[in-house]
Design a protein around this ligand. Structure first.
Ligand code: HEM
Length: 187
């Protein structure tokens, strides 16, 4: 009997860990997120949990400069139409920039430039030893033209890019040289 109770308690404890809402503190705990995508080519590891109408996302990425992540609903012309988030250091502190990609290639623009807003509601990041650890929260759908809705269960395209400088007006290395990538993702 005692053995059974102990087992039940353990199962409950694991369930509590697995389903707890992630804490946005720039530390990604083992099993903190429900889903993990290991992107071998870039070395990025992406985690996410969908809770009601909210996306809790985290990633680690090795980069001397800014780190970028994005998603596309339907890819029609390279990276055109992608929601983009760039994490960098400004005035000595990590920031996350909410951006949108209009052109097929070249730089994304801040959502604010087209009447949108930064839709990230919680954010924490650390950049130590050239490795980013990032956690953020965003509504699945923001209602803004400058964002792409995250639709759970639908096949989407994840974009990953990083730079060796913190200045987001400077491009990542070319995709052909290992600075930018696409990967299939289903949130
Ligand atoms: C979240 C941030 C970003 C992501 C995820 C990202 C992703 C990508 C991807 C996947 C490509 C490959 C396009 C293709 O060949 O089909 C690309 C291309 C390109 N991106 Fe970005 N990008 C980001 C930010 C930027 C920024 C800030 C700049 C410039 C300041 C930039 C400039 C370029 C240029 C010039 C190309 C064409 C050259 C190439 O194919 O590598 N990108 N980007």
């Amino acid at each position: 009997m005692i053995k059974h109770l102990t087992h039940a308690a353990l199962v409950l404890a694991f369930a509590a860990v697995a389903f707890a809402q992630p804490v946005v503190d720039a530390v990604i705990g083992v099993d903190e997120y429900a889903n993990t995508l290991v992107h071998a080519e870039s070395g990025a590891v992406v985690h996410w949990t969908i809770a009601d109408d909210t996306l809790h996302m985290a990633f680690t990425m090795t980069a001397g400069g800014w780190a970028g992540i994005g998603w596309l609903a339907e890819q029609t012309n390279r990276k055109s139409g992608a929601d983009m988030l760039i994490v960098t250091i400004q005035d000595g502190a990590p920031v996350i920039l909410d951006m949108f990609q209009v052109s097929a290639r070249g730089e994304p623009a801040a959502d604010e430039a087209s009447g949108g807003t930064n839709s990230v509601t919680e954010f924490a990041a650390s950049h130590e030893g050239g490795v980013w650890t990032v956690e953020f929260v965003r509504p699945l759908a923001t209602g803004e033209d400058a964002d792409v809705d995250v639709v759970p269960g639908e096949a989407m395209t994840l974009l990953i890019a990083f730079s060796n400088v913190m200045d987001p007006s400077r491009a990542h290395a070319r995709s052909t040289s290992g600075g930018a990538f696409y990967a299939p993702i289903t949130f």
